[in-house]
Ligand binder design. Structure first.
Ligand SMILES: [Zn+2]
Length: 235
């Protein structure tokens, strides 16, 4: 194999290696997983708020239940006085009747509020379950994608190891001076140091080689660079 051909193969390997390294460091699945994690974090904040709302609603409910119980007990005592036969004074009896009416009214109001709070608690519980379900779904999706990503990264690394091994072998067949030029070009020309020539046109810079240069290029097997972009040319 000529130096040109060998170096062209090294370039092919380097192109693939650069592509794979880009994929390894910036895999599209990684971005997807990040987005899912952000969604999960947001959901977590909302869940925490819902849990706080749940606790508050339960507390309110308990408070209302206590109040209803207190009113019921008082009502029981007042009714006992009213109907127990111990009070005979008409004025006092009227007073007791008024008190019983007032307590029943208060109990009605409290029971309505309690019912509303129970409905509110149901609603918050439903919301909390929904958020939990959504978080579980996101977590499952994250786990699944992370598994696929791990597998793909492992494949990329295995392929890279093979390519790097092959590149070492090929580079050992290239003259040191030419390798130095190649490495410099790879750096300065954004990963493309060796290019083919098609119909006298350098495929690196798309500029046509002067006729006399092209003739010389066709006749040589040794290293040859583009007069315009300086890249190493291959047939
Ligand atoms: Zn060129």
């Amino acid at each position: 194999m000529s130096q040109q051909e060998t170096l062209y193969r090294v370039q092919e390997l380097d192109t693939r290696i650069l592509e794979l390294r880009g994929c390894e460091g910036n895999h599209p699945l990684q971005a997807e997983i990040e987005a899912l994690r952000e969604g999960r974090e947001k959901g977590l904040a909302e869940s925490e708020q819902t849990v706080a709302n749940l606790e508050e609603s339960r507390k309110k409910q308990r408070g209302l239940e206590d109040e209803v119980q207190g009113v019921e007990e008082k009502l029981g005592r007042e009714e006992e006085k009213l109907y127990g036969g111990k009070v005979n004074n008409p004025k006092e009896l009227r007073g007791l009747q008024a008190e019983v009416r007032s307590l029943k009214h208060k109990k009605d109001i409290l029971e309505t509020r309690l019912l509303e709070e129970m409905e509110n608690l149901d609603e918050i519980t439903r919301k909390a379950d929904e958020l939990q379900g959504e978080r579980d779904r996101l977590q499952a999706e994250i786990d699944e994608k992370a598994g696929v990503l791990d597998g793909e990264i492992a494949e990329i690394r295995a392929e890279l190891a093979g390519l790097e091994e092959r590149r070492r072998e090929l580079r050992s067949q290239v003259d040191e001076e030419l390798l130095e030029l190649y490495d410099e070009l790879l750096e300065s020309k954004h990963g493309l140091a060796v290019v083919k020539v098609s119909d006298g046109v350098c495929l690196g810079c798309r500029v046509e080689l002067p006729g006399i240069e092209f003739d010389r290029f066709l006749k040589t097997e040794s290293a040859f660079t583009c007069t315009n972009c300086g890249r190493i040319l291959a047939k």
